[in-house]
Write a protein that binds this ligand. Structure first.
Ligand SMILES: Cc1cc2nc3c(=O)[nH]c(=O)nc-3n(C[C@H](O)[C@H](O)[C@H](O)COP(=O)(O)O)c2cc1C
Length: 204
């Protein structure tokens, strides 16, 4: 077992789902697919099993923003699902996971999750995550924000979700876009108790 995997198992052992290092990752059609890609990479390094759903709009941003094919992206996860497959394992609360990250999260997907509209497998899996009182992190990406966007963020927060816009921390003096993406992706994973080796920290 590698050192990073050992660290991860320790991190999980304090969680109620210690024996189940499974993470659902949703990629929707906001700009910033690099965050979702980096989360898949870091989760794999940490020995966490990933379950991926990419919306059709997410596939559009993949084509605009990366050199990855749909198959390349799917291969970065342990299991990749079709968004229309609302009967997949992750659509049920009986399939135990440690939680879900949506990175990036479009306003459309945020709104669907906020109002329990399980219209595709991503939004259904997010609703399941909330109803099972598991951790849900939404990397919402839009600016500026309307009152409607803010209300949807409030509704998700009231249901127990975590709204985490991908906002860079400049005090760490990032030297590249990659540094910024890696730091934010690492913070999202740490919200689920997943240990990220080499994560830059203030004061360390
Ligand atoms: C290149 C590109 C960038 C986009 N960026 C954003 C964005 O940052 N935030 C957002 O809410 N929507 C953005 N959109 C629009 C969404 O893709 C669109 O609302 C879509 O219906 C979202 O669907 P989904 O939530 O099912 O992925 C973008 C679309 C494209 C093609």
């Amino acid at each position: 077992m590698s050192a990073s995997r050992e660290t991860t198992v320790q991190a999980w052992s304090s969680s109620p789902q210690a024996h189940l290092p499974r993470l659902v990752v949703g990629i929707s059609g906001a700009t910033g697919i690099a965050y979702g890609v980096r989360i898949l990479e870091l989760a794999r390094k940490a020995g966490v099993q990933t379950h991926l759903i990419v919306t059709p709009a997410g596939q559009q941003t993949r084509a605009h923003e990366t050199g990855l094919s749909a198959a390349d992206l799917a291969a970065m996860a342990d299991v990749a699902y079709r968004p229309a497959d609302v009967g997949a394992a992750i659509a049920s609360g009986s399939f135990r996971t440690a939680g879900m990250i949506v990175a990036p999260c479009s306003i459309r997907t945020l709104s669907a999750i906020a109002y329990s509209n399980g219209d595709n497998l991503l939004t259904r899996a997010a609703d399941v995550t909330l109803k099972e009182r598991r951790r849900l992190v939404l990397m919402v990406r839009e600016t500026p924000l309307t009152l409607g966007h803010l209300r949807a963020m409030t509704a998700v927060t009231e249901s127990g979700g975590i709204v985490m816009p991908p906002v860079p921390a400049f005090y760490l003096r990032p030297e590249s876009v990659d540094d910024i993406v890696a730091h934010t992706a690492g913070r999202a994973l740490e919200l689920l108790g997943i240990d990220v080796p080499d994560q830059p920290r203030w004061g360390e």
